[in-house]
Design a protein around this ligand. Structure first.
Ligand SMILES: NC(=O)c1ccc[n+]([C@@H]2O[C@H](COP(=O)([O-])OP(=O)(O)OC[C@H]3O[C@@H](n4cnc5c(N)ncnc54)[C@H](OP(=O)(O)O)[C@@H]3O)[C@@H](O)[C@H]2O)c1
Length: 248
């Protein structure tokens, strides 16, 4: 699919990695739509940044992705403003360490609701619309944690593994007209407040000897938008970290 002119929604795109994706796709000529939940101010700033070079102000959508109402409302707004959607980059997620034996039921549920149910609802609403249109791409940003399952992040990793499985299923269900793939980053943008020692520890687990960058993820997304013969795949963007297994 040619990026120029295609209508793209990037969830969780007010800041950080999602912002890099939406800004770069806009730079390449896509008609982008921003989605944010809590970061309303940052979403408006990202829209202004894009407006300054793209010549249009991107539609900004809001809402909690774990609620079906959010997806149906976004779908209606997309229809009203753009008459359809060519690419959905599902980037929004929640991430934190949860020591297993003190993880509460609510914490567990939050990972499942946002990371797994959110993707499921998005596939039902936006996937169905793409199927009807006979055209589209779904690119889910996952995590190599889905396969590696770090002991301190078990609920998060399980939610990501479920999301990867969901996307493999969708790739079959939506073929032949809609391609569905996952980009699974390793560390590309560490959480705010990550200390020097932790950064160094992570660095030592990466064969390519650097922490990735959001740009590394953007390149994989771009590749998948432009490739029309790939579906049901997981592209790991992790500097080879997954080669070393879960102990890292
Ligand atoms: N950063 C990394 O090194 C890394 C490594 C592996 C995988 N990944 C994956 O790459 C993607 C981007 O990474 P990131 O670090 O930039 O992500 P992030 O900052 O942790 O989260 C991205 C966005 O998700 C949105 N979000 C969270 N809960 C939501 C909810 N209930 N409803 C709607 N939106 C919600 C937030 O939007 P608001 O701020 O608007 O609330 C947030 O800005 C994520 O899927 C992440 O899991 C990242």
């Amino acid at each position: 699919m040619e990026i120029k002119g295609c209508r793209v929604l990037v969830t969780g795109s007010a800041k950080r990695v999602g912002k890099e994706i939406v800004v770069e796709l806009a730079r390449l000529g896509a008609m982008v739509m921003i989605h944010a939940f809590r970061s309303r101010k940052e979403a408006a700033e990202t829209a202004s940044e894009i407006e300054a070079f793209a010549g249009y102000r991107p539609l900004v959508l809001h809402g909690d992705i774990s609620l079906v109402e959010t997806w149906t409302a976004m779908n209606s707004e997309i229809e009203e403003h753009h008459g359809g959607l060519d690419v959905w980059v599902h980037n929004a997620s929640t991430f934190s360490a949860t020591p297993f034996f003190s993880t509460s039921e609510d914490e567990w549920q939050q990972f499942m609701d946002v990371n797994l149910k959110g993707a499921f609802l998005g596939c039902q609403v936006l996937g169905e619309r793409m199927k009807r249109a006979g055209r589209g791409k779904i690119i889910a940003i996952g995590d190599v944690a889905a396969e590696l399952v770090w002991p301190s992040y078990i609920p998060y990793s399980v939610s990501r593994a479920g999301m990867h499985a969901l996307m493999r299923g969708m790739a079959q269900l939506l073929a032949p007209h809609v391609q569905v793939n996952v980009v699974a980053p390793g560390p590309v943008l560490l959480p705010d407040g990550t200390d020097k020692a932790e950064r160094q520890r992570i660095l030592e687990t990466i064969p390519l000897q650097r922490i990735g960058t959001p740009e590394d993820v953007v390149k994989a997304v771009r590749f998948l938008v432009e490739s029309d013969f790939i579906t049901g795949q997981v592209i790991r963007v992790d500097g080879g970290r997954s080669l070393r297994g879960a102990e890292c």
